[in-house]
Design a protein around this ligand. Structure first.
Ligand code: PMP
Length: 433
């Protein structure tokens, strides 16, 4: 029986014009991904007409699910008035004001077109402000495809030394670039201390995601986050918090939830209302590197579609809908899912667990205890079980990311959460059998 003949046919057609039929590595899984043709609220429809509960939400970006009427109306109204100009528009000020208002550490903002660009531009701002070139990052943490930060993503444990210059993730990465990035393991403050003792005078910024998805979606410890900030500042370096994903953890982002005050913050995903977006913000004295008044800025930064008014209008509508109560409700739903998935693991006796916080969750099929994510990737049994889990959920009408990530959305009801929990339980039962 062919599970999805129309998607298969589309995929075969795509293979003729795109490498492996693919233009976005993240959305590929074997033997071919399902093609979606429509979304409404928390449901999406594939090319074969099958409907799924969407628990990917475009890799966490669609916090209101699909085609929310208020967001659609805001975007449509702006599209009718023009989509992009060679001039600023009032819409960018409104979204910037909302973000400055909500996110405690953010005094000034620049918009970009992706989270990748937001991180890249934040790193460049830290370099321009400090006059230094190096950064420190965490092993396994993904920060987009800027080649400076797309390093040390899957270093085999036997190659770990700490602290260490970064290890290439992509063939052909210049050694000179790898030397610019110092890597420490998550929550290893001793390694960070050594890194600063060795390289402190050359480090412009510490780049950290408070709950890195690719590194396992386990929150960083508060002592580590505070310790890193203290170390950075003692050595004249800045802190850059990557909130591209974690902004959806609270009205003031993860930093509001945790009481962090980074010098710079990279944002993306939810702030664009479903359109391509990124932003960086932070201390006004640091952001002043972009100030063009009277001279060439210390750090020029443009972008043909940066702050385009369609994205800004949709983003403003989406962010305005997100009240403190929305986050409280997402938190309750997330805790329910996490507890239920962990109960299913216990009941079936399968090794594994659900981690994460708020509306961001991840399922690991790892026998390892503790917070070590490496076992999950190294262990072929865990990999096979994750693939069966993803497929089993699809067959039961639930779509999660192939690597186990789940992101909830505001249109989900308690009944939708029941559907998700029941599908997980049935799938884990089938895998255990
Ligand atoms: N930082 C983090 C933590 C991310 O998860 C991502 C993308 N998933 C990025 C940066 C890059 O964002 P984008 O895909 O919008 O370039």
């Amino acid at each position: 029986v062919d599970f999805a003949p129309r998607s298969r046919a589309l995929y075969e057609r795509a293979c003729r014009v795109m490498p492996g039929g693919n233009t976005r590595t993240t959305v590929f899984y074997d033997p071919f991904p399902l093609y979606l043709v429509q979304g409404a609220g928390c449901r999406v429809t594939d090319a074969d007409g099958r409907v799924y509960l969407d628990v990917i939400n475009n890799f966490t970006a669609m916090i209101h699910g699909h085609a929310h009427p208020a967001v659609t109306a805001a975007a449509a109204a702006q599209i009718a008035r023009g989509t992009a100009f060679g001039a600023p528009t009032p819409a960018e000020i409104e979204l910037a004001e909302l973000l400055v208002d909500r996110i405690a550490s953010v005094e000034q903002i620049r918009f970009t077109n992706s989270g990748t660009e937001a991180v890249m531009t934040a790193v460049k701002a830290a370099r321009a402000f400090t006059g230094r070139s190096r950064i420190l990052k965490i092993e396994g943490a993904y920060h987009g495809s800027y080649d400076l930060v797309e390093v040390s993503l899957d270093t085999p444990p036997e190659r770990w030394t700490s602290p260490a210059p970064s290890v290439a993730y992509v063939r052909g990465t210049p050694q000179s670039m790898l030397d610019e990035v110092i890597v420490v393991p998550m929550n290893d403050l001793a390694a960070a201390r050594t890194a600063f003792a060795l390289y402190g005078e050359t480090i412009a910024a510490v780049l950290i995601d408070p709950m890195p998805n690719r590194a396992g979606l386990v929150p960083a410890g508060m002592a580590f986050l505070d310790g890193l900030a203290t170390l950075a500042h003692a050595h004249g370096a800045l802190t850059v918090l990557d909130e591209v994903i974690t902004l959806r953890l609270g009205h003031g982002g993860a930093q509001g939830r945790l009481g962090l005050r980074p010098d710079l913050t990279a944002m993306g995903k939810i702030i664009g209302g479903g359109f391509a977006v990124g932003a960086l913000g932070g201390r006004a004295d640091v952001m002043a590197v972009f100030d063009p008044r009277g001279r060439r800025p210390v750090l020029p930064h443009g972008g043909t579609f940066s702050a385009n008014p369609v994205t800004m209008s949709a983003g403003l509508a989406a962010m305005t809908l997100l009240t403190p109560e929305s986050f409280a409700r997402l938190d309750v739903m997330g805790e329910r899912v996490k507890a239920a998935v962990n109960a299913s693991f216990m009941r079936t006796g399968l090794p594994g667990r659900c981690v994460g916080c708020g509306s961001l969750l991840k399922v690991h099929f790892s026998a390892e205890a503790g917070d070590d994510y490496r076992g999950a990737y190294a262990d072929p049994t865990a990999r096979a079980r994750l693939a069966a889990f993803h497929r089993g959920l699809l067959e039961r009408g639930v779509m999660i990311a192939a690597y186990g990530l789940m992101a909830l959305s505001t249109p989900m009801t308690d009944a939708d959460i029941d559907i998700l929990i029941e599908a997980v339980d049935a799938t884990l039962t089938a895998i255990a059998d």
